[in-house]
Design a protein around this ligand. Structure first.
Ligand SMILES: Cc1cc2nc3c(=O)[nH]c(=O)nc-3n(C[C@H](O)[C@H](O)[C@H](O)COP(=O)(O)O)c2cc1C
Length: 211
């Protein structure tokens, strides 16, 4: 495949200071809704980027489950690799890419655990099989085979005998309090639009960046 011969123009839309909202959460809501309407697969999937001091950055997909004017919530395992990284350095990145809309959103923020009640409420709302899987899997730890994993799952399922499990202590949400959010819209001739919202003591300030 000759990747260096593949080129395409970006013409879908534009992002200007005039049509951007004053608060980044409003701009985010508009773009998230448009991604959903455009039937982007897994439109709520985002890269979570962590970086433990002295280590390589690590990136993985997680699903956005909530957001508000201050930040973004996802759920995970509190003993996973990402959890360990966030304990050492809670400065994280979140990254959305919606190719159908020629858009990306880059977020920088500070991760904190959600209150226990938020984790429990969301855990309860998940399908029973997902709840069981969360109890059966020690996320990011080495496991000798697929068979072992399936046995662990079956063991938890049998023990519960149709009952829903409690939300495990080592499972819950993270809230990423945003400090910087960049909206990128592909444009013709590689003259893309980049508007970045930076948070300071007076609220959010918008700047345009060169593409
Ligand atoms: C589409 C998709 C959605 C995912 N959603 C989540 C999620 O919401 N929470 C989660 O912990 N892992 C999710 N994962 C799995 C993570 O990408 C990752 O494999 C896992 O969390 C372990 O990461 P870690 O070892 O860096 O902690 C998802 C993966 C994909 C591809």
């Amino acid at each position: 495949m000759e990747l260096n011969k593949i080129r395409r123009e970006y013409r879908y839309s534009a992002l200007t200071r005039k049509n951007a909202t004053a608060h980044p959460a409003d701009q985010f809501r508009i773009w998230l809704n448009e991604a959903r309407q455009a039937n982007v697969n897994d439109f709520s999937a985002m890269n979570l980027i962590t970086c433990s001091p002295g280590e390589f950055p690590q990136s993985r997909i997680v699903l956005l489950k909530d957001y508000n004017k201050d930040g973004f919530t996802f759920f995970s395992n509190y003993t996973s690799a990402k959890a360990k990284a966030m304990e050492l350095n809670n400065k994280v990145g979140l990254h959305f890419f919606w190719p159908e809309l020629e858009r990306q959103i880059r977020i920088e923020g500070l991760a904190e655990k959600t209150p226990r009640q938020v984790s429990e409420d969301y855990f309860k709302s998940r399908p029973l099989d997902s709840q069981i899987a969360a109890c059966a899997s020690s996320q990011s730890s080495e496991i000798d085979s697929r068979e072992t994993l399936e046995k662990q799952y079956q063991k938890v399922k049998d023990l519960l005998a149709g009952q829903a499990p409690e939300c495990p202590e080592n499972w819950g949400g993270y809230f990423v309090r945003a400090v910087r959010i960049e909206f990128w819209q592909g444009r013709e001739n590689r003259l893309h639009d980049r508007l970045v919202y930076v948070h300071n003591e007076n609220g959010w300030k918008i700047k345009r960046l060169s593409p």
